[in-house]
Design a protein around this ligand. Structure first.
Ligand SMILES: [Zn+2]
Ligand SMILES: [Zn+2]
Ligand SMILES: [Zn+2]
Length: 328
């Protein structure tokens, strides 16, 4: 057992669910999102594990604190400098009188006389007419052009390109400038791949397999250790022993996990341990799958190979584990 999965985590059902989710799901990360109701949400986890956002957040924090999850910012948002709320919106003010009574206009320039004004000054029915020289504007790019956007204060008449921007907090009713606002990051959380391999191994639930062996009349220990002829002690995820008319049948199961595919190196050491332990059958559970070499090797040396991409696949393949196959 690894030290990093301490008791506080192993006895916390939410923490275990979340770790399983990260270890065995396709996505492998939790993405924090901000919704219209301005709360932090974790949509996929909440739905899959039926947890509240608060429960997800507190569990995530616990796992980050234990060094199991890495936290990375992927986006950020401004929030209220006084109360920290993200429930804020921007307000625009006149640069001269401070009024919020503003219009936003498209600016038009008449090439011939050089006049620049708001679009509404040029509107005459469905045509444009220059308010200064009173000539019609027919073709864009020939008679006139668009000059961008400007604001106009309806109270003092000031025209300007960049209004004063301030933020208003709906929660504490405070108004503040952008430079005052706090910056909050949104994070993703995931198991680093080295941790993921270990966590998958620890959390992989062997109980369906244990039950199946018991139904078949085996005495089962899981996990178990077995002493080899060499005097070395070997670890097994499941050891199933059954007395037969002639002698004893011992089946040893080892779960071998990998970030991508289980390699021959891992399987070879289990093979020698299985020989040393005089197992009648050695079963490799390869999570999430085995390399091509492993398939050839296990076939040639009489190990049983069961590839399981996740927990559910073990349940589907239980019968294969119990089919007899003998070590040469
Ligand atoms: Zn506030
Ligand atoms: Zn004004
Ligand atoms: Zn003109």
């Amino acid at each position: 057992m690894l030290i990093m999965l301490n008791d506080a985590i192993l006895k916390d059902p939410n923490a275990l669910m979340l770790l399983r989710f990260l270890a065995f799901s396709q996505h492998g990360e939790i993405r924090e999102e901000r919704t219209v109701d301005v709360r932090l949400r974790y949509p996929e986890v909440e739905e899959t594990l039926a947890l509240t956002p608060e429960a997800v957040l507190s569990t995530i924090e616990k796992l980050v604190h234990a060094g199991l999850l890495v936290k990375r910012p992927y986006s950020n948002e401004l929030c209220c400098s006084r109360c920290g709320s993200m429930n804020i919106y921007m307000e625009l003010f006149c640069i001269k009188c401070g009024s919020m009574n503003l219009d936003k206009n498209l600016l038009i320039r008449h090439y011939e006389c050089g006049y620049i004004g708001a679009e509404h000054e040029f509107n005459r029915g469905d045509k444009y007419v220059c308010p200064k020289c009173l000539k019609p504007l027919k073709q864009i790019g020939v008679d006139y052009c668009k000059e961008g956007i400007a604001y106009e204060c309806s109270d003092c008449g000031e025209k300007f390109l960049e209004p004063i921007e301030k933020w208003y907090c709906q929660d504490c009713k405070y108004t503040f400038e952008t430079k005052e606002a706090l910056l909050k990051n949104l994070f993703t959380y995931k198991l680093p791949s080295s941790v993921k391999v270990k966590v998958s191994a620890i959390l992989f639930d062997m109980s369906p397999l244990v039950e199946r062996f018991k139904q078949a009349g085996f005495n089962v220990e899981a996990p178990a250790t077995i002493r080899g002829i060499s005097g070395l002690t070997h670890y097994l995820d499941v050891l199933a022993v059954k007395k037969l008319d002639k002698g004893v049948k011992t089946v040893g199961v080892r779960l071998i996990t990998s970030e991508s595919e289980v390699s021959i190196h891992d399987v070879y050491s289990f093979y020698s341990e299985a020989r040393d332990s005089k197992l009648s059958e050695a079963v490799v559970l390869a999570l999430p799958k085995a390399s091509k070499e492993v398939r050839v090797f296990t076939e040639a040396y009489g190990l049983k190979l069961i590839e399981v991409k996740d927990q559910n696949e073990l349940i589907k393949k239980l019968d294969q584990v119990l089919e007899p196959k003998h070590l040469k």
